[in-house]
Design a protein around this ligand. Structure first.
Ligand code: FES
Length: 325
């Protein structure tokens, strides 16, 4: 440290920084960079003066409504001269660095650390000694709140689904009914007709909803229609030209509500999945994001000519959530 740097141990009017060393104006660090400071000062002053004149000229040109070109020239001269003057000031007339000042050690001694730890413990004890009742209430409130906050997580999730995702209410002999609860006779639909049906006693159930279509009606002059076989093993599932598929889309669960008779396809309006249906076509998706066919409901015609289910669906309906081989 330079001899010209004074260290003041106590703050006073002359040395308000106390023990922080303060450099005097005679310190070499404080000397300007220029070898001839007086000359640098004169040049800097001249540049600043030109800048001032440029600004003044701009003001005058502006005041007399002079051309914008002269305004630009005068203002440009002012800024350029002023900028160079300031740069010269900073470069040649101010003390040059870099300056290094050693930092005072900041680490606390062991005794100070011990004292701080003891003070924290003491104050904590003091708080609880003085505020034991409130502290107890605080702890009690935290415990009760913890339990109460767990309620929504437990209750809002509702009952466990158990096996409800795996099965619907379709059972052997359960009749197909429309939205009004009327059973569907096998003569009710024309060729190409479509109807949303539910198991009798469960009208409106979202997972039971089923799309009944009749791709192959009776030939003219006949009342009986040939069964439709969509896949091997399903020879009896499509009596009287009827087919029934789950209406719950296998993509995201939207209702598959449209049947295009011309192309014999079911369409899900949500993301335009298309399913081929008919003879040899077990509702396999041919377009869109649906990942698997719509489950087919095995149908039969009961003794009174009403359509009924042979059994439940052979696989869960809706978007796939279970492990499939
Ligand atoms: S829900 Fe049917 S295509 Fe997305």
């Amino acid at each position: 440290m330079s001899d010209d740097v004074q260290r003041n141990e106590q703050p006073d009017a002359a040395h308000p920084t106390g023990g922080v060393p303060v450099a005097t104006m005679t310190d070499p660090h404080m000397q300007p960079y220029a070898r001839h400071p007086a000359r640098a000062e004169a040049v800097t002053g001249l540049l600043l003066l030109v800048g001032v004149l440029g600004f003044a000229a701009y003001g005058a040109v502006y005041f007399v409504n002079g051309s914008t070109q002269w305004q630009a020239v005068s203002l440009g001269i002012g800024f350029i001269a002023f900028g160079i003057g300031l740069t010269a000031w900073g470069k040649y007339l101010l003390p040059q660095g870099p300056f290094v000042e050693e930092r005072h050690p900041l680490a606390a001694s062991q005794a100070e650390r011990d004292a701080l730890g003891a003070a924290i413990v003491d104050r904590g004890r003091l708080v609880f000694r003085r505020r034991g009742f409130l502290g107890g209430l605080l702890g009690l409130g935290g415990a009760v709140m913890g339990v109460v906050l767990a309620f929504p997580a437990i209750r809002s999730l509702g009952p466990l689904p158990k096996k409800t995702f795996d099965h619907t209410h379709w059972r052997r002999g359960v009749r197909l009914v429309d939205i009004d609860g009327n059973p569907v006779h096998y003569t009710d639909l024309e060729t190409g007709g479509v109807l949303t049906v539910f198991p009798e006693g469960h009208v409106g159930d979202a997972m039971d909803q089923t799309l009944l279509i009749r791709p192959g009606g009776p030939l003219p002059g006949q009342t009986q229609a040939a069964p439709i076989v969509t896949a091997p093993g399903r020879e009896t599932w499509g009596p009287q030209g009827y087919l029934a598929f789950s209406k719950v889309c296998t993509h995201a669960g939207c209702p598959v509500g449209l049947y295009q008779k011309a192309t014999s396809q079911l369409l899900c309006p949500c993301h335009q999945s298309l399913f081929d249906v008919g003879a040899g076509k077990p509702a396999v998706p041919v377009f869109g994001p649906a990942p698997r066919p719509l489950p087919q409901l095995p149908l039969m015609v009961d003794a009174d000519g009403f359509l009924a289910a042979q059994s439940d669906y052979h696989e869960p309906v809706g978007p796939g959530f279970w492990e499939r081989s």
